[in-house]
Design a protein around this ligand. Structure first.
Ligand SMILES: [Zn+2]
Length: 333
């Protein structure tokens, strides 16, 4: 099975009507792993790695002995058909079942959430637009708070380490939630009623891994490399095989944990307030900045500066007004 890197189909093509998944059930009990590709439709590395592995599972080169693994090669088939990040909206936000779906992604969530519920561990495979090294995102430390209570941080961190990248990023949801609070307090945000309702709702920060944690499971988001970089497919493949080995689902050799690791904590998110707000340079994720360094300028000319020594993460020079412009991270001790 192969997945082309240019999945564009004619505009007259019919909208996808189903979600395809492949499950392999080991004959001994064990954990249930779910592997997702193309939650964003232009991030094809996971889909391609899954395609290779399905063949190897079929021809017996890889054995599933304990528990189970389910692969969803293309998690947002509309975005995939369009060859773009989103279909009608970002599938990796506001992830929850809804009784009255408003868009294509709501309909996908209605079949994807039960699939997430039926598994214990999630490996979500993504890629990114600008250059840079792969990294992996984990959830919070164990806590009994109300935003994202969690008790499986140690298992999740083990999974993150064994997926491969030396850079681990944490702190997404609480940073996002702070951004939402600030955004909701601002008087004149632009945007349509629905997009405004979404970006001012903390639930909008819930993607695949956050949903998984909310249901008692755990999971990581692996950013495998630049879109369409053939190496990103290898990163995705390595991560799937190591997850199968770590969880004991397949009798594959488990590689040792990487010794060198860098843990970055997201600590702030800055919104673009106006279409004329502009960065001082083409920032890439994990570019370092010094405290006080100018990152961009508001339309008014006011400088936006780094609050501490740290890193720019997920810069989006084309962010819509009232939405996330960049995140700021600090190195964890
Ligand atoms: Zn993505």
């Amino acid at each position: 099975m192969t997945y082309s890197t240019s999945p564009h189909t004619p505009a007259t093509a019919q909208r996808p009507a189903h979600l395809r998944s492949h499950t392999f059930l080991g004959l001994a009990p064990g954990p249930r792993l779910l592997v997702l590709g193309a939650v964003h439709g232009n991030e094809t590395c996971g889909s391609r790695a899954i395609g290779q592995l399905l063949q190897e599972l079929d021809n017996g080169a890889i054995r599933i002995e304990r528990g189970s693994v389910t692969f969803v090669p293309v998690t947002n088939p509309l975005a995939w058909q369009l060859g773009q990040r989103t279909g009608e909206r970002n599938l990796n936000r506001n992830m929850a079942p809804t009784a009255i779906p408003q868009d294509f992604e709501d309909r996908i969530a209605n079949v994807l959430c039960p699939l997430l519920d039926a598994h214990d561990v999630l490996l979500d495979l993504h890629s990114f637009h600008t250059g840079g090294s792969p990294f992996v995102m984990v959830g919070p430390q164990d806590n009994r708070g109300t935003l994202e209570p969690f008790s499986q941080a140690a298992s999740e961190f083990q999974l993150a380490l064994h997926t491969g990248p030396h850079r681990i990023v944490e702190g997404w949801l609480d940073t996002y939630a702070r951004g939402v609070q600030r955004r909701a307090a601002r008087p004149h945000a632009d945007g349509t009623a629905r997009s405004l309702a979404l970006v001012t709702n903390t639930n909008y920060g819930v993607g695949t891994t956050e949903y998984m944690r909310s249901r008692g499971g755990y999971g990581v988001t692996l950013e495998c490399g630049q879109h369409d970089d053939p190496q990103a497919v290898e990163v995705a493949r390595h991560a799937i095989l190591q997850a199968l080995a770590l969880l004991g689902i397949s009798p594959l050799p488990l590689m040792p944990e990487p010794v060198a690791r860098e843990i970055l904590r997201l600590v702030d998110v800055v919104d673009r307030e106006h279409a004329d707000d502009a960065f001082t340079q083409e920032w890439r994720s994990f570019d370092t900045v010094r405290a006080g360094q100018v990152v961009g300028h508001r339309r008014s000319g006011v400088a936006v500066t780094a609050p501490h020594d740290g890193f720019i993460v997920f810069p989006n020079p084309r962010a819509e007004a009232g939405q996330e412009w960049f995140y700021f991270a600090r190195r964890q001790a």
